[in-house]
Ligand binder design. Sequence first.
Ligand code: 6GU
Length: 246
Amino acid sequence: MKVDVLTLFPEMFDGVFGTSILGKAQTKGLVSLNAVNFRNYATNKHNTVDDTPYGGGGGMVLKPDPIFAAVEDILNQREEVTMPTMKAPRIILMCPQGETFTQQKAEELVQEDHLIFICGHYEGYDERIREFLVTDELSIGDYVLTGGELPAMVAIDSVVRLIPGVLGNETSAVTDSFSTGLLEYPHYTRPPEFRGMKVPDVLLSGHHLNIDAWRREQSLLRTLERRPDMLENAELTDKERLWLEE
Ligand code: 6GU
């Protein structure tokens, strides 16, 4: 997968793209992550990327031309001549008005082979970017941030970790707890007793059927307690639904 990010602050991505699991995913050749400063595509002599809004009012608006030019440059670098069946990339605008990013969206985006994220910073976007350039608009939740960079990093992290081979096998099993629609059960490791705080007996019993049953029950209770809204769409047996209603 190839991921390009258009931003006025490409250095914000250095740590995230170069470190830990995302860094390793690139070394393994599973993904190529690239942050591009769209100021490099400004056409006037002061390299302006924003301007005052038509019709007046406060704030600045990101101009369409540098962002269109940056995206077109990325598109022209694609090998569509030699690979005519190549799928068009998703062009994703990060903005508070976008569709809320979810695990389901991450699972949809990991099917793509090229993603282009566009991040604005405190300004609005010229509406023609929305209307004629982007394929998706994403937000990461109902709170306001100073820019789309952190949200883009959040989305990229959650998509890239779903690429086969990016996570070790031990970790990938854990992945799907959100996709199964339930919160995770509690985890414990050694020692069996720490300052008088004990690990539940069942986990030390070696009885795997009982352990699986306990974990399932804990997942259900935890979801009921913390995220009852998730239970509607979760995959539950009739028996489990009855038990939760008690
Ligand atoms: Cl994508 N951008 C900004 N500026 N704030 C946000 C957001 C995006 N998602 C949640 N808050």
